[in-house]
Design a protein around this ligand. Structure first.
Ligand code: LMR
Length: 403
């Protein structure tokens, strides 16, 4: 019955993580999947999360269904974190939020919802993109295209290209944007650039869909939400996906949120109903375990302060690793411009390394980087950062010598 099916080639991001784990060499470095590892190379379980889980487990509650839209306390916590406790849109009841299965689940629910609401709309995604963006929205029936985003010459943002492409889109096109920590390039719009882009999105009557999977890893929890809050303040209608996978280290708990900012509380009520209808036909109701813990931590001022400090420590460790690689490369490969390590921000660094260089890094040094050349920076720590810099310098020098 399934003889005609092709073999799955594997996910470009997860496949390489699996190859890393299968590599028997002792000296190896995993810079593949976007996971935050601590200085000891361990995936942390945050202390606040463990305590909130224990509190909930001690209650011994039965496991009835959650509402389709998720836990009320979780949804409220998501709203305050994403839009700010003093948000006017929240005070006016104009935001419809549902609990989703991670950030990916939020993108899928949002994609299905938009395809129902605007069946002829197409979507524009940054070039390059997170590998899964095109697949998720195409899977929701939305044709996808790209807008210019990255300038290989500067290893930074091509803001002029982005503005030109977005200004030329047909009305009611959907535009996927990353408010912070762009995946894969680490190149973000500045606050001023967001303020230039917002009127263009409004004038062209475009539908912005913001994917904020790394809130807190760029400049800080509030600073990273600048674009979201500026769009809400500008009175726009738009969607925001957020995730606790990274900033709560809750990857397998699948804790995300989808919020739609509307023009009135009445519209938000109808939108929430449609989001529920979409969730019901995909997975029916979200799971409760992780969501309970997130809601507990975010609603308690003392636990929230502890969590905020944890996120800040993660953010600073990532920035420190970027700095260390840059400094080391300046010493050992002065002809190689590694300033992009410190100019880009957040979880990912886009190296521009060629496929042969990436293959040499894997084969000769056990340094695993996905084929786009994107590094997940928290895979680095003070024990492996020198080795990484030396390996990178060696493959870059080899290519220069061959040329
Ligand atoms: C990544 O980009 O590596 C992470 O967001 C994990 C994923 O789901 O791809």
């Amino acid at each position: 019955m399934f003889e005609h099916l092709k073999a799955y080639g594997g996910d470009p991001i997860f496949r390489l993580g699996e190859a890393f784990h299968a590599d028997p060499r002792e000296r190896k470095v995993n810079l593949t999947v976007g996971l935050y590892y601590d200085e000891q190379g361990r995936l942390p379980l945050l202390d606040v999360a463990r305590r909130a889980e224990d509190q909930w487990a001690a209650k011994g509650l039965p496991r009835g269904y959650l509402p389709i839209e998720g836990l009320a306390s979780y949804r409220e916590a998501v709203q305050k974190l994403v839009f700010g406790a003093d948000s006017k849109a929240l005070a006016e009841g104009r935001v419809a939020t549902i609990q989703t299965l991670g950030g990916t689940g939020a993108l899928k629910v949002g994609g299905d919802f938009l395809h129902d609401a605007y069946p002829h709309s197409e979507m524009w995604i940054s070039d390059p993109a997170w590998d899964n963006h095109h697949a998720i929205f195409q899977g929701a029936g939305i044709p996808t295209h790209t807008y210019r985003y990255y300038d290989a010459a500067t290893r930074g943002l091509d803001f002029a290209g982005l503005m030109q492409d977005i200004a030329a889109l047909p009305e009611r096109s959907i535009v996927l944007l990353h408010p912070c920590c762009h995946n894969p390039t680490g190149a973000d719009l500045s606050d001023e650039q967001w303020l230039e882009l917002i009127p263009v999105l409004q004038q062209r009557k475009l539908i912005p869909f913001l994917d904020m999977a790394y809130q807190g890893f760029g400049r800080g929890l509030d600073e990273d939400a600048f674009a979201v809050r500026a769009m809400a303040d500008a009175g726009m209608t738009f969607l925001v996906a957020n995730s606790f996978s990274k900033n709560f280290s809750y990857y397998s708990e699948r804790c995300g949120g989808l919020s739609v900012v509307c023009q009135s509380a009445e519209e938000a009520g109808r939108v929430l109903g449609q989001l529920k209808a979409v969730a019901r036909r995909i997975y029916s109701n979200p799971p409760s375990h992780g969501g309970q813990a997130v809601a507990t931590v975010l609603a308690d001022p003392a636990l929230f302060a502890e969590w905020k400090a944890e996120v800040e420590a993660m953010r600073q460790r990532i920035a420190q690793m970027r700095q260390l690689v840059h400094e080391r490369l300046k010493e050992i490969a002065p002809q190689y411009d590694s300033s992009y390590f410190v100019k880009q921000r957040g979880m990912f660094c886009y190296t521009g390394l060629s496929l042969p260089q990436l293959e040499a890094l894997r084969r000769d040094y056990g340094v695993y980087i996905i084929d786009s050349g994107r590094i997940s920076v928290p895979g680095l720590n003070t024990s492996n950062v020198d080795y990484f810099a030396q390996s990178l310098a060696a493959v870059v020098a080899q290519e220069t010598a061959q040329a």
